[in-house]
Design a protein around this ligand. Structure first.
Ligand code: G1P
Ligand code: ZN
Length: 543
C-alpha cells in the first residue's frame, strides 16, 4: 500500500489552550482541514507510531467521515495499531480509560462536547496524551506551531472500512481493532461501585430516569443501568445516539434537559433523575422535586466517598475550580484532606491527579470526576450517587439537607451575560482588577471585604503560573463574588458572575436561591457597573 503525500497550505486555527479544535462542520468539511490537524498531531507526537492510538467520538454528524480520514493518515504515518470504538463511538471518559488501560500513546476524540450537532452545527477533534487527559498547553502549542507551517500530509489510497463490525481489520499495514466501546468502561464502573447494593436498591422499587439526550452515553447507560444493574427497560430515555442529537442541545442543565427536569418536578416524579452531555463528561443530578447543584454534588460525593468500594481505602484530597462554590472545602477541612483551588478548566486537575494529590475534583459547570480517568465523567458521577443512595436508603433531598445541617449551606448561583461587546467586557474586568488592591477591609453593603484579587494559580507540581483567572472578592462571612470572562464562547464575550453566600443556620436552608442571594447579587451588579457597561438589564442565563 503506497503512501500518498498531498500538498496543502498552512492553517492557523488550532488555538492553544482550548479543548482541541472546535468549529462548525462546514469548516471541517473544507479540503485538507481535518487532515492538516491530524498530520500536525503526528508530526509533533512521534511516539504515536509504536503503540495503540485510541480513536472514537460522540457519534455526531461527520464522526464517521472523520474517522475514515484519521485511520488513513495514521496508517500512512507509520502508526501500527488503533483501538477503535464500534460504530466510531467512544465517550470522552471511555477514551481516557482505554488509553490508560491499554497503555496507548494517546487518543483522538471527535466531539464538540455539549454543543449541538448536524451539518450546520459543531464538530471538534481533541488529542489526549498517554495519561488519558487532554493535551497540556505545551503539546497544543506544538500542534499549533506545526499548523503554521504544514505543507503536506500523508495518507493512503484505501477504501473506507466497515466501522460497525467488531474484530480486527487492516488499513495498509496498520491493525485496527474495532471493540465494543462500552465493555471496558462498564467493567471499570463495576470495580468502583457496589453493583450488588445498587441492584438491591432497584429490587426494592427505586425508580430513576437517565436522559442520554440522544448523545453518546445511551449505550453506556443501557448496558450499565439496565443490563448490569437490573433497572427496568425504559429507565434510560433518548438512549440512541443520533448525528444531530434529535435536534437537541445535549447539555445537561435545567434549561436544555427540561423534559427530565419537568418529570422530576412533576406529580409522577421518580426517586432519581440524571443526564449527561454530548460526549458523556458532564452530568446533572436530580432527586424527586430537588435539584442538586454541581458544587453541592461534589461536596456530597466527597463526604460520602467511602461508601463506594473504589474509594473506601484512601482519599488523598480534593480540587475544585475557583468559581465552584466552597462547599467541598468545608468537607475537606472536616476530613483533614487538602483542598486545591484551580483555574476554570479540567486540564488543571491533571497534574494533581497524576501526582496523587487529589482523588476527587469538580467544577460548577456540571463536571465531576476522580482519579479513575483524566476527564470529567458524567455517568461515573451518576453511579456514585446511586451507590450513595443504595447505602443510605434516604431520598436525594434528605441526603443534601442533612449535608447542609452538618456543614452549612453554600447558596450559589451563576449569572451569564452572553454575546456582550468584547471591548466593554474587557474594560469591565480591567476596572475591577484595578479596584481589587484597595478593597480589603472596605464595606460593600453589609458585607466586609476580606480579600480581593485577580486569581493567579501556581501549579504545585510543575510551578507553572496561570495569571488573570478571574476577579475574586471574598467577604469576612465566607460569602464571595467572582467575575470572569468565558474562554469558550463563540460570539463577543460572555461575562460570568458567580455569587455565593454561606449560611450555617439550618432554619435558613430552605430559601429560594435567588432570594437568599439577592443582596449580594445587587452588590455584584452595582459594584461592577454591569448595566452601565454592558447595556444589559439582566443576565442571559441564570444557573
Ligand atoms: C466552561 C465552564 C468550564 C468548563 C469549560 C469546558 O468554560 O465554565 O468549567 O471546564 O466550559 O467544558 P468557560 O466558558 O466558563 O470558560
Ligand atoms: Zn462534554
Amino acid at each position: 500500500m503506497s503512501v500518498e503525500t498531498i500538498a496543502t497550505h498552512p492553517f492557523k486555527d488550532q488555538k492553544p489552550g482550548t479543548s482541541g479544535l472546535r468549529k462548525k462542520v462546514k469548516v471541517f468539511e473544507q479540503p485538507h482541514y481535518l487532515e492538516n490537524f491530524v498530520q500536525c498531531v503526528f508530526d509533533t507526537q512521534r511516539e504515536l507510531e509504536d503503540a495503540p492510538l485510541v480513536v472514537g467520538g460522540d457519534g455526531r454528524y461527520y464522526n464517521r467521515e472523520a474517522i475514515q480520514k484519521i485511520l488513513r493518515i495514521a496508517a500512512a504515518n507509520g502508526c501500527t495499531r488503533v483501538l477503535l470504538g464500534q460504530g466510531g463511538i467512544f465517550s470522552t471518559p471511555a477514551v481516557s480509560h482505554m488509553i490508560r488501560k491499554h497503555n496507548a500513546r494517546g487518543g483522538l476524540i471527535l466531539s464538540a462536547s455539549h454543543n449541538p450537532g448536524g451539518p450546520d452545527e459543531d464538530f471538534g477533534i481533541k488529542f489526549n496524551t498517554p495519561n488519558g487527559g487532554p493535551a497540556p498547553e505545551k503539546v497544543t502549542e506544538a500542534i499549533y506551531t506545526a499548523s503554521l507551517h504544514i505543507n503536506r500530509y500523508h495518507t493512503l489510497n484505501t477504501p473506507d472500512i466497515d466501522l460497525n463490525k467488531t474484530g480486527t481489520i487492516f488499513v495498509g499495514d496498520m491493525q485496527v481493532d474495532i471493540v465494543d466501546p462500552v465493555n471496558d468502561y462498564a467493567d471499570l464502573m463495576e470495580d468502583l461501585f457496589d453493583f450488588d447494593k445498587i441492584r438491591a436498591l432497584f429490587k426494592s422499587g427505586f425508580r430513576m430516569r437517565f436522559d442520554a439526550m440522544h448523545a453518546v452515553t445511551g449505550p453506556y447507560a443501557r448496558e450499565i443501568i439496565e443490563n448490569r444493574l437490573g433497572a427496568p427497560q425504559g429507565t434510560v430515555v433518548n438512549g440512541i445516539p443520533l448525528e444531530d442529537f434529535g435536534h437537541g442541545h445535549p447539555d445537561p442543565n435545567l434549561v436544555y434537559a427540561k423534559e427530565l427536569a419537568d418529570y422530576l418536578f412533576g406529580p409522577d416524579a421518580p426517586d432519581f433523575g440524571a443526564a449527561s452531555d454530548g460526549d458523556g463528561d458532564r452530568n446533572m443530578v436530580l432527586g424527586r422535586h430537588f435539584f442538586v447543584t454541581p458544587s453541592d454534588s461534589l461536596a456530597v460525593i466527597l463526604a460520602n466517598a467511602t461508601l463506594a468500594p473504589g474509594y473506601r481505602a484512601h482519599l488523598s484530597g480534593v480540587a475544585r475550580s475557583m468559581p465552584t462554590s466552597q462547599a467541598a472545602d468545608r468537607v475537606a477541612a472536616k476530613l483533614g484532606l487538602s483542598c486545591y483551588e484551580t483555574p476554570t478548566g479540567w486540564k488543571f486537575f491533571g497534574n494533581l491527579l497524576d501526582a496523587n494529590k487529589i482523588t476527587l475534583c469538580g467544577e460548577e459547570s456540571f463536571g465531576t470526576g476522580s482519579n479513575h480517568v483524566r476527564e470529567k465523567d458524567g455517568l461515573w458521577a451518576v453511579l456514585f450517587w446511586m451507590n450513595i443512595l443504595a447505602e443510605r436508603r434516604q431520598s436525594v433531598a434528605e441526603i443534601v439537607r442533612e449535608h447542609w445541617r452538618t456543614y452549612g449551606r453554600n447558596y450559589y448561583t451563576r449569572h451569564d451575560y452572553e454575546a456582550v461587546d468584547s471591548t466593554a467586557a474587557n474594560s469591565l474586568v480591567d476596572t475591577l482588577r484595578a479596584a481589587t488592591a484597595t478593597l480589603p477591609g472596605q464595606q460593600l453593603g453589609s458585607y466586609t471585604v476580606d480579600y480581593a484579587d485577580d486569581f493567579r494559580y501556581i501549579d504545585p507540581i510543575d510551578d507553572s503560573v496561570s495569571e488573570k483567572q478571574g476577579i475574586r472578592i471574598g467577604f469576612k462571612d465566607g460569602s464571595r463574588i467572582v467575575y470572569r470572562l468565558s474562554g469558550t464562547g463563540t460570539e463577543g464575550a460572555t461575562l460570568r458572575v458567580y455569587i455565593e453566600a454561606y449560611e450555617p443556620d439550618p432554619a435558613k436552608h430552605d430559601l429560594d436561591t435567588q432570594q437568599a442571594l439577592a443582596a449580594l447579587i445587587n452588590i455584584a451588579n452595582s459594584f461592577a457597573g454591569i448595566r452601565e457597561r454592558t447595556g444589559r438589564n439582566e443576565p442571559t442565563v441564570i444557573t
